[in-house]
Design a binder for this molecule. Structure first.
Ligand code: SF4
Length: 315
């Protein structure tokens, strides 16, 4: 199949638009799309310090790579990266190696923050204890807490995460299925931020890019990424929703774009109606970090797991 624009060999055929693209034109389009998301959603402002949450996987590596490329001309925006070492042996070593390599190539400063230094144990050690809490729950709660706290200590104004179109849609559907209005109204490329010094605003530059295209861009542009899955991955609801959406996309190409577009149209109405009920933010009584309860999820979980949270963050 030939590229619709230049007649070179194509690397992708998009069924919903009925066109094929070569590596060069596919990459060019992807960069334009990400730029458009940044501009349209107002993700980055002049003078911002943007910190990329980098795992070494394809989405976060691509986020860093593209932001570095796009922000090249924005002389007043600083780009840094932050990686969390959860301590998953046989898995995290390779992804952290890729993260370090990419940051070195792009000349971006990288900070690595570990579970072990901040919670006293790494994820492998925590999971060795007999318990009924899923690995991803522990990992997700502790990682979000560390990402916010560490990026704030690094002076970041924005924390860029690698959520792509598929991740975002899956989360929207899951929140809907779980009836979690709190999370549902806080999604979007640039989730609403209540004035609060403790919270670093999360941005999602890849939110309009399908997962497959993220992988293809890395391949075409020689970005080395971790391809193995985490040994603990076991999110059955997400897998179910993912398979359902992929099946729908196969039957009706372009349906993922329509679904996210529909959500974006509904979001202002949902926020107007519900955000006030769910938007209150407090300082955790125990650790002083942000929460919408009296004690944050991280402190509750640490107590359950008999872990001591280090009050001084090791960055
Ligand atoms: Fe953590 Fe689960 Fe992701 Fe593994 S799959 S890195 S345990 S959230």
């Amino acid at each position: 199949m030939k590229c619709w624009k230049c007649n070179k060999e194509a690397v992708i055929y998009r069924k919903f638009e009925g066109k094929a693209w070569c590596g060069e034109h596919f990459s060019e389009q992807m960069e334009k799309k990400v730029k458009k998301t940044i501009r349209k959603e107002g993700l980055i402002d002049k003078g911002d310090k943007v910190c990329v949450a980098l795992s070494g996987g394809k989405d976060s590596s691509l986020t860093l790579y593209l932001l570095n490329k796009i922000l090249e001309r924005w002389h007043d925006v600083e780009l840094t990266a932050l990686a969390i070492d959860e301590g998953i042996s046989g898995y995290r070593e390779e992804s952290l190696g890729n993260a370090k390599k990419l940051c070195k190539e792009l000349d971006v400063e990288l900070k690595i923050v570990s579970f072990k230094d901040n919670f006293g144990k790494n994820l492998d050690e925590i999971l060795q204890e007999d318990m009924d809490i899923g690995a991803c729950t522990v990992c997700g709660v502790f990682r979000r807490w560390l990402l916010n706290k560490a990026s704030r200590k690094m002076g970041a104004d924005k924390l860029a995460v690698g959520h792509n179109l598929d991740d975002e849609l899956q989360s929207i559907f899951m929140n809907y299925l779980k009836g979690d209005m709190n999370r549902l109204v806080r999604m979007g490329a640039n989730p609403p931020l209540k004035e609060n010094d403790l919270l670093v605003s999360r941005i999602k530059p890849l939110r309009n890019i399908p997962e497959k295209e993220c992988g293809l861009y890395c391949l075409v542009n020689g970005i080395e990424v971790q391809e193995d899955e985490c040994p603990y991955v076991n999110d059955s609801m997400r897998f179910g929703v993912r398979d359902f959406l992929n099946e729908m996309e196969k039957e009706s190409p372009g349906i993922k774009f329509s679904a996210i577009h529909m959500y974006d149209n509904l979001l202002p109405i949902l926020r107007e109606k519900f955000e006030g009920d769910y938007g209150s933010l407090n300082k955790c009584r125990k650790c002083g970090e942000i929460t919408n309860k009296e004690v944050c999820k991280t402190c509750k979980l640490a107590e359950k797991l008999d872990l001591d949270i280090k009050t001084t963050l090791s960055v």
